[in-house]
Each structure stands twice: as C-alpha cells, then as structure tokens.
Ligand binder design. Sequence first.
Ligand code: FAD
Ligand code: NAP
Length: 443
Amino acid sequence: MTRVAIIGAGPCGLSQLRAFRSAADKGMEIPEIVCFERQSDWGGLWNYTWRTGTDEHGEPAHSSMYRYLWSNGPKECLEFGDYSFEEHFGKPIPSFPPREPLRDYIVGRADKSNIRDWVRFNHAVRDVQFNNETGQFTLRATNLVDNEDTDELFDYVVVATGHFSVPNIPQIEGIDTFPGRVIHGHDFRDAVEFAGQQVLVVGASYSAEDIALQSLKYGAKTVTCTYRTGAMGFKWPEGIEELPLVDRFEGNTAYFSNGDTREIDSVILCTGYLHHFPFLPENLRLATHNRLYPGTLYKGVVWIDNPKVIYLGMQDQYYTFSMFDAQAWYAREIILGHIKLPSASEMTVDAKSWQDREEALEDPIQDIDFQTDYCKDLCRELDYDLDWDITAENFKHWEHHKEENIVTYRDKAHRSPVTGTTAPLHHADWWSEMDDTAKSFLG
Ligand SMILES: Cc1cc2nc3c(=O)[nH]c(=O)nc-3n(C[C@H](O)[C@H](O)[C@H](O)COP(=O)(O)OP(=O)(O)OC[C@H]3O[C@@H](n4cnc5c(N)ncnc54)[C@H](O)[C@@H]3O)c2cc1C
Ligand SMILES: NC(=O)c1ccc[n+]([C@@H]2O[C@H](COP(=O)([O-])OP(=O)(O)OC[C@H]3O[C@@H](n4cnc5c(N)ncnc54)[C@H](OP(=O)(O)O)[C@@H]3O)[C@@H](O)[C@H]2O)c1
C-alpha cells in the first residue's frame, strides 16, 4: 500500500489530512497516512506558548505568536470552503478574531474529521533520504517522549513545517553592547513588557506593523520603526514614526542612515523568517526568500526534481487556510493519480511564467490578484469550492481600510465567501479592546 508521510500538523498539515479524509468519505481508496508533529497538539503557530528558545523537550519553541494577537486579515479571507465560521460557532462572528477563537476554528474542523489517529504527536522528523532504486523515502523521526528514533519507508513526503518560526536575525553595528533588551519578533510574547519604553522596531512588514501597534497600545512611550527597502507609510497614531535603516548603536543611541538619532530602550527585530528544513538533504531542500511564488515548485507545491516531495504553504501569504486547502487537495489528487504531472521541463517553464509575472507586480492590489489567480488555477481540477472573487474583493477592501486608518481596519465587517453573510461588528473597537479571550470575543 502507498504510504504518505506528512511532516507537521499545523494548518497546512491539517488541510492535507482533511483532503484525504474528504476523499475517503466520498468512497475513494486512500493511502496509509502518517503525520509527524513535533508538538504535543495540532495547530502549529496558533498554539501560543510562553516559552521562548526551547520547548519542554529541548526542541526549538515553534510558535511566533504573542498575547493579544488578533487576526491581521479578515477571517472571511481565510475561511475554509467546506467549513464556515458560522457552522463552527453556530452564529455569525466579527471579521477579525483574536488568536484563541481562530485556533478553535482551525482545529474545530480537524476535530470533526476523524483524523487524529493519523497523527503521531511529540515526534520530530530528523532526516529524509530518497532511494533512487526503490523510489522510496526513508524517514527518521524521534519520539520525544520515549527518546527513541525509528526509520520508516514512505512513497511520498509532504513538507508542512511552516516558514515563520526560524528567525532571520541581522547584525547591526554596536548592537552587541546595546544596554537594553534585544529580541526577535519570534520571541515577542507580551507587549506590556515594553510599557513606558522607547522601542525600536526593525523591519517594515506585517510583524513590524502589528508589534509597533501592540507596543503603543499596551503603553510604550514611543515606537520608531526602521526600514531597509521602503517605509510602511501608514497614517500612524501619535507615538509611532518611521525612519530609514538604523546604521549603528552607541550605548542607547541609535544612528539612522538619514543622520537622525534616537534614544532607545529596547530593540525588536521584525526582520522576518528563514525557510529552514534541517531534516531534508540538499537536493530536496527548498531554498527561497519569502515570496509569492517560490520558483522551484510546480503549482507552488511540487518539488520539480522529485515530484514525490510536496511542499505546502511555502508562499508569502495573503491567503492562508483556503489556499492551504487548495494546495492540499491538489497534492492529494497527484498522490491518488488523478492529476498527471507534465515533464520536469514543462513544470519548470510553468513555474517560471508565474515567477516572471510575480516579479512584475507593483502593488498589494496586484499581489492579491496574483495569489487569487494562483488559487483559482489550482482549483480548476479540484472538487474544492470557494468563491475566490468574494475573497479577493474582501482583501482589496481590507487593503484600503489599512491605508485609511491602520488603527481601525480591524473594526470593519466583511462578507463570507462561503455563506454570503456580512459579519456583525465587534462590541468594542480594536484599539480600546484589551481583552482577547474567546469568551469576551464570542459574547
Ligand atoms: C506572528 C504570526 C502571526 C500570524 N497571524 C496570522 C493571521 O492573523 N492570519 C493568518 O491567516 N495567518 C497568520 N499567520 C501566518 C501563518 O503562517 C499561518 O496562519 C499558518 O500557521 C501556517 O501554517 P503551516 O502549517 O504552514 O505552518 P505552522 O503553523 O508553522 O505549522 C507547522 C507545524 O510543523 C511542525 N514541525 C516543524 N518542524 C517539524 C519537524 N521537524 N518534525 C515534526 N513536526 C515539525 C511544527 O511543530 C508545527 O506544528 C501568522 C504568522 C505569524 C508568524
Ligand atoms: N496576526 C497578526 O497580526 C500578525 C502579526 C505579525 C505577523 N503576522 C504574519 O507573520 C508572517 C511574517 O511576517 P513578518 O513581517 O515577520 O515577515 P516578512 O513579511 O517576511 O517581512 C520581513 C521584513 O523584515 C525586513 N528585513 C529583513 N532583513 C532585514 C534587515 N537586515 N534589515 C532591515 N529589515 C530587514 C524586510 O524588509 P525588506 O522589505 O527590505 O525585505 C521585511 O520588511 C506574515 O504572514 C504575517 O501576516 C501576523
């Protein structure tokens, strides 16, 4: 019997498990599935942990999420095509949930799918080798509870280990003698720690934007964001400013490339993450920066040099859970033999054409159209239904709301692409809402 290894039971791994369950429910014969998950529960990054550095087994602490984290995109833009928020919560809920209810939704679908038995929790994958003669993989995993290694044979490997967990940490002159605290966003847990401080946030993307806002919301005195390529350019509330790149530190003083200086108490590096797959040999290992179309993957998922290796969710993400579903359904169809792959050279040409288009994109609206087209392209051959046009429209409204006012975009309501319902408004505006519990949010 064909055996499939899925590495990781975060949202991508769960999409893959659900895709196989859905095929089985329709009477299709499915392969044997084993999902290896290093954590003791599923949910990936959505499992908040107070730990930083290492976990209870000495493994890297996976989650980069923090207290009071709210969805930064409308939930209607990530809704599963086959499981609406309304079905999960039994009623319509506002468009921007905090982490806890959002995690509940993700794992809620998994809980109802009878797939838990396919997952080996507390199992870290250490090594994957492909044997050209047998056409099979030998996968080595450590059972972290018993401290035992086992080798097993598989026909396909699905890599669903995420790419927002291993921090990219640049060197800045003088930072080694900076007297205050220096952390990466991966280790940021509670904005309250920075109350009363003058904070420097390095980076100009989603983490920088949200951590700057969080820090001010929970009492930082000032937040200076420093950018390498371009400013975020939002109309920031009083207390947040943007300056070009910090060149060096002398004591607490930060020197910027435009000649400005600021006194700084703490530095938060929001400088992104590395695609990191230490368990894969070089010839199977994806090497890319965070982009919309990693080039060595056909349809954004198939490792062209060995199509029995499939990567999920490796893109820069506007879309998340619904895109992961589309990718997982596509991967399932390859594994079941329902989709026949073209030759390696045809796959390379196809991937290159997407990448060429990506490289010509000029603004977030074009980015959104690009990723929408990508999802639609995947779904052309799939039994996965979602109105991607409603989702794209929501993303564009969201983008405009952010430009209008970065503090209030989470107070808006969006329309579900699954049920058509427009979300109710939350009982408090995001800036004044300090309570992020599911109990408070759901009422
Ligand atoms: C701070 C932050 C906030 C975010 N907020 C949002 C948001 O508001 N909305 C949104 O849609 N998206 C958000 N995201 C994007 C996020 O990437 C996705 O929501 C989603 O978690 C990606 O799922 P994944 O399965 O690809 O990866 P992950 O969630 O990272 O899951 C990967 C899983 O693989 C496991 N794993 C890793 N290595 C191994 C190994 N060697 N062996 C076994 N298991 C392994 C990990 O333990 C983990 O469970 C956020 C990301 C970050 C960093
Ligand atoms: N729910 C939420 O509120 C929330 C909060 C945080 C994060 N997230 C999610 O987390 C994911 C990751 O976002 P991210 O912002 O961490 O990563 P990212 O989008 O990959 O952005 C990385 C940033 O780091 C900058 N950078 C990299 N190296 C640098 C250097 N040496 N000096 C200065 N700047 C440098 C990049 O600048 P260049 O532009 O110059 O390359 C870029 O601005 C996203 O999916 C996001 O949606 C969500």
